[in-house]
Design a protein around this ligand. Structure first.
Ligand code: URA
Length: 301
């Protein structure tokens, strides 16, 4: 049986240009990327650069990291859309805000792994930020079931003028291991369901966007229903698309997000930069511990 990661689109070929990440199928992708075993993604380029640098140190500056003049190289910098770094067996890639931006780069990263003939057991992890529902700011929420903004457990994918419900689920082994790593590090974390929306304001029931035609009571009723009836513990903008695309590509996925605020109490993100940096760093520590354990012990089969 073939142990390479393979996409089953028959239209893929040597002429392919991975336009948004500044690579082509003609580059020697196999020698550059074949050892990739983890793809970590998050919205901000700076977050993914910091994560790559942290991991590079943690893994003992592996020879297989991609550097230029001693610094980790932004492999996709020339394309000007996303940032991508390679620290040992880990790709650290920014995806911008929301499912549209994420789906573009995720398509190209999946094709990159296909052309590079990476191992089929590659694991995808989104490291993000979110609004918590009934959890303390600073808590890491590890996604169990992603829900869309109408509270269905699917990603609604529009293609050829049709809306196609794509199943979205995260890997149970990976989320359990992430929770164990958080516990071992003394970092507050919970496993819960996540609602992914298409915008930050009305899509997430905020009252303080440019527009609002519902009351505070309507907002609270909806948020409480999501929290109490469906176990939704945080709201962000990518988990349905991310997990559905990973499911479709037959790779394991996990989503771990810091809760920046408790949406049952407020709409405004007023956490200090210092707090947000601390929570981001804690998410790095948990994911880095997971990666080290997995590389060393092969915990996730
Ligand atoms: N990211 C979101 O999508 N929502 C929040 O409330 C905070 C961060």
């Amino acid at each position: 049986m073939n142990s390479h990661f393979q996409l089953d689109n028959p239209n893929l070929g040597k002429e392919d240009i991975l336009y948004h990440i500044g690579l082509t199928a003609k580059d020697d992708l196999q020698s550059m990327f074949q050892d990739v075993k983890f793809v970590c993604m998050g919205g901000k380029p700076s977050r993914m650069q910091k994560f790559a640098a942290y991991l590079d140190d943690k893994l003992g500056k592996p020879k297989t990291s991609r550097r230029e003049k001693g610094e980790l190289l932004d492999i996709s910098g020339s394309a000007g859309r996303y940032s991508m770094y390679k620290a040992g067996p880990v790709l650290s890639v920014s995806h911008g805000i929301g499912q549209a931006s994420l789906s573009v780069v995720l398509n190209e990263v999946l094709k990159l792994l296909h052309y590079a003939k990476c191992n089929k057991d590659v694991i995808f992890i989104r490291i993000g930020s979110s609004g918590g529902l009934g959890v303390e700011p600073g808590t890491l929420v590890i996604t169990d079931q992603p829900y869309n903004s109408t509270l269905e457990p699917v990603f609604l994918h529009i293609s050829l003028g049709r809306s196609i419900p794509r199943p979205c689920s995260t890997c149970p082994d990976t989320r359990r291991e992430l929770l164990n790593c958080s516990k071992n590090l003394g970092i507050p974390a919970v496993i819960g369901n996540t609602m992914a929306t298409d915008d930050f304001f009305e899509g997430q029931c905020r009252l303080d966007g440019a527009f609002c035609d519902y009351s505070d009571e309507d907002k609270m009723n909806f948020l409480k229903r999501a929290n109490q009836e469906l176990g939704v513990k945080n709201i962000e903008m990518e988990s349905t698309c991310f997990s559905a695309m990973c499911n479709r590509a037959n790779v394991k996925s996990a989503v771990i997000c810091s809760a920046l605020l408790n949406r049952l109490q407020q709409d405004v993100v007023d956490a200090t930069v210092q707090d947000m940096d601390k929570w981001q760093q804690q998410s790095f520590e948990v994911v880095a511990a997971f990666i080290s354990n997995t590389v060393n012990d092969n915990v996730v089969s």
